[in-house]
Design a protein around this ligand. Sequence first.
Ligand SMILES: C[S@@+](CC[C@H](N)C(=O)[O-])C[C@H]1O[C@@H](n2cnc3c(N)ncnc32)[C@H](O)[C@@H]1O
Length: 244
Amino acid sequence: MTLPDLPYREDIYGHVFMDAWRGEPHPYYLRRDDGHVEEGPPVLDGELGDPPDRHSEVLSRAHGRVLDLGCGPGRHVCHLQGLGLEVVGTDASPLAVAVARERGAKDVRVMPIEELSFAPESFDTAAFFSGTIGIGCDAGGLAARLARLGGVMRPGGTLIAQVRDPEATDNPAHTSFHEMRRREGRYPGEMGLRLEYRGHASEWWHFTLVGPELMREAGEGSGWEWVELLFEPADGFALLRWSE
Ligand SMILES: C[S@@+](CC[C@H](N)C(=O)[O-])C[C@H]1O[C@@H](n2cnc3c(N)ncnc32)[C@H](O)[C@@H]1O
């Protein structure tokens, strides 16, 4: 298979996945716009592993034709295929999509969340795992994102979104950041992020750590009916139903 030949800057996430997939994992770092830096969780145990039990439990709620947005190297796509479901994975990273194909994902496409191009009523289930619901999006833009997604859902379709209450932490590096955001009149989970890997840095992107309350509000404001929160607000899954 010919792999996309992209410089680090253009597809840095993809290089993290591809190097690890090829047996050469390296640490990567996420830098927040206040300067705080954290090492990213190891992809061999995460995106390149099997979905953890909680994810499998949530995925048992998927039905019909499924869309996995920001699918990365395809662990959920492959899991759903194994359950006999028809599933389409989309991701902005050509290298992540290439890894997903090598892992056996049948239908994965390079397509950023912001540029969804499917016919109306194409899907029965849509899923966002590992924070992808808030990638490239501020809190105020979430309802518009969900409304656009609704445009490709069949009536009664299910949305599964991993959510995390940004304020469920007592780490001072985070609590002081949240206070700063509140003083600015912004949602505490809103940030700028960039990824740093092997001496290279990505462009900055907008990211929102979406908590269950924000998810409910944005969903109900955009044609989605709230169904329930599975597990705890600090690390759970929001389920909504397309009701337009
Ligand atoms: C943390 S990984 C999660 C991957 C996958 N959902 C999982 O849990 O295994 C985030 C993924 O989002 C993708 N991504 C980043 N920006 C994106 C965008 N604007 N549209 C679609 N995917 C995006 C990255 O390429 C990466 O594969």
